[in-house]
Ligand binder design. Structure first.
Ligand SMILES: C[S@@+](CC[C@H](N)C(=O)[O-])C[C@H]1O[C@@H](n2cnc3c(N)ncnc32)[C@H](O)[C@@H]1O
Length: 250
């Protein structure tokens, strides 16, 4: 890991957990709903079209954090296909979501989500009826070392979402080697590569290029290109940028 992001956690996140890693770095992991580095609506539209002839699409998510990203992806696909056609979205599910942090995994598996005001505004903006996906909770989620949010509220995540995502422990550098692709994969590995040294980022991109076949997608986040020219590295390994932070295997 090359940088510390302690104290740089945005205040508009559903989780912003700081902790000390085994090698002495202080690390932060943050996530929130509809993280604004992807055009969620148009990406869902693009994916629906790209995979229209596939019976099944596999979403493999590394660094899944508290579930905010997985829920956002599911909501974007459900909303794209509309309430009258949920089956069309469900060929993309279940999302296989991995993280190495057991504390954040416990939160993800709890069926609860800690939200700030911006999280709740985004679900109102992006959903026809956000009560399809979230409801009130009678208890507060407790995540060790997590940031205190203004106007914090814990929500219950409804079955429509929880039944379609499997949260599991897994290291992305190992899981990527096990990935089996039939040109029907969406690999989401967002806002984690940027924490690694450049040769490690390249190592992961190379592994991804070896397992992903033509037409499959690799989605990253803004943080991944902050200190590294990820676009040129992606291109060297056979990926072409098709939208902001979305790459397609050529
Ligand atoms: C900054 S958060 C990003 C969360 C989410 N992907 C997003 O963009 O909002 C980084 C997450 O990566 C996880 N992580 C760190 N190293 C990992 C690894 N080698 N394999 C899987 N997850 C990892 C952390 O535990 C943390 O939850």
């Amino acid at each position: 890991m090359q940088i510390s992001i302690k104290n740089s956690t945005p205040v508009f996140c559903s989780t912003g957990r700081c902790y000390d890693s085994a090698d002495g770095d202080s690390l932060g992991c943050n996530s929130w709903l509809f993280r604004d580095d992807l055009d969620w609506r148009n990406t869902a539209k693009y994916e629906a079209k790209l995979f229209k002839d596939k019976d099944k699409v596999n979403i493999e998510m590394y660094a899944a954090s508290d579930g905010s990203e997985g829920y956002t992806k599911m909501i974007s696909l459900y909303e794209h296909f509309g309430r009258e056609n949920p089956e069309a979205a469900e060929k993309f599910f279940p999302i296989m979501a991995y993280d190495i942090d057991n504390e954040i995994l416990k939160a993800a598996k709890s069926g609860l989500l800690k939200t700030c005001l911006a999280d709740r505004m985004s679900i109102q903006m992006y959903c026809e009826d956000y009560e399809d996906y979230f409801g009130p909770a009678d208890k507060k989620i407790d995540i060790d070392n997590d940031i205190k949010l203004q106007a914090e509220k814990t929500l219950t995540v409804k079955d429509k979402l929880t039944k379609n995502i499997k949260f599991m422990h897994g290291d992305m550098f190992e899981k990527i080697k096990e990935l089996k692709d039939e040109s029907n994969t969406i690999l989401m590995c967002r806002n984690i590569l940027g924490y690694f040294l450049n040769d490690k980022i390249e190592e992961f991109i190379k592994l991804a290029s070896e397992v992903l076949k033509s037409n499959s997608l690799f989605e990253i986040g803004d943080h991944d290109s902050k200190f590294f020219n990820i676009k040129s590295c992606m291109e060297r390994y056979g990926f072409k940028q098709v939208m902001k932070n979305v790459y397609k295997k050529v």
